[in-house]
Ligand binder design. Sequence first.
Ligand code: GDP
Ligand code: MN
Length: 387
Amino acid sequence: MKLLEYEAKRIFETAGIPVPRTGGVITKAAQLPAALRRAGKGPWVLKAQVLAGGRGKAGGVKLVKTPAEAREAAKAMLGMKIATHQTHGSALSVREVLVDQASKIAREIYLSVVLDRREACPVVIASAEGGMQIEELAKSRPEAILRERVDSVRGMEPFQARRLAFRLGVPVSELGSFVRLVSALVRLFVDLDASLVEVNPLILTAEGRLLAIDGKIVVDDNALFRHKELSARKDPEATALEREAKKVGINYIGLDGNIGCMVNGAGLAMGTMDTVALAGGTPANFLDVGGGATAEQVAAAFRIILKDPKVRTILINIFGGIMRCDVIAQGVLEAVKKVKLSVPLVVRLEGTNVAEGRELLRRSGLRMEQAESLWDAAQKAVSAAAR
Ligand code: GDP
Ligand code: MN
């Protein structure tokens, strides 16, 4: 899960990492004057809060000197669509704008903590050539990138942080501040179960102070159960349907196609999507109802799939392993009673008690097509969606 810049900076602040004075986030231009007052005296910087880097070049970071300029910038930024080298051809809508006091920049440094998979430890990555894209720098001048591997139990050793500071040319007066800052970043990385903690750029201000003027934190989704305060937050990347699914414990990711897939098990869900594609169709979603596949789960899955207006047909592909096919069939029938089905339904059951399961579906009189195999199911679903 990716955190927005302002969320990362708030975490930095509580960890003692120096960040600019802020006026907070605004969602309407009317909130700007109060935000400017909170941020202190100008100039200020307005920053689009979207989950992508490279905003600077895409009009998502604006330095403003006067409240009037700030007003123009805020009006232009709120609601704008922003496409950067990190948004992969699509554009993100700007709903929140961060208002910070602007800093006078003497130097920009790149600093991040990521996981070194081969050595199985965190590694601090730094470069004196901050501000620019680290991916490009890694290609063109790999020698400009510094690395310090960190023992995950002992944390960043002060001598390692000092070594980095010297190689980055951090002034001696800021040595202590730099050591504290890097150690705090590494601690955050470990404590948050992060896969990335990045400050780009960390600046030296004209007054010689270190300041994190941009921040990015990515938390490993598999560790979110340990971070209730983060998992409770509204994930800006999730759609309304994905949020609803998460609430009822269904793994759901919306896609562009028109065949709604309901599958138990993530691997089977992927296999089903591939098979649908092979049969010439396009899945509307990835959906894993989980191991249980109870009537409630299935009903919830129906409701979520049917809320997607693109869906032209539903394909149920369930494998009865520990769960028996007759119980699953019962679950599907009960669910269909609760939800009004407005599109054709194709069902493929396989596994324990499959004969009983199919018989139950057949006797129900419910309008559906039963499939003999996954390939058969995919073809039936594709032709139903085309009708
Ligand atoms: P990103 O492009 O999405 O990574 O956004 P950043 O927050 O890193 O900002 C991009 C660039 O804008 C920085 O590298 C700086 O050069 C510039 N910038 C951002 N904030 C300030 C500021 O407070 N003062 C000045 N002078 N420049 C800033
Ligand atoms: Mn940046």
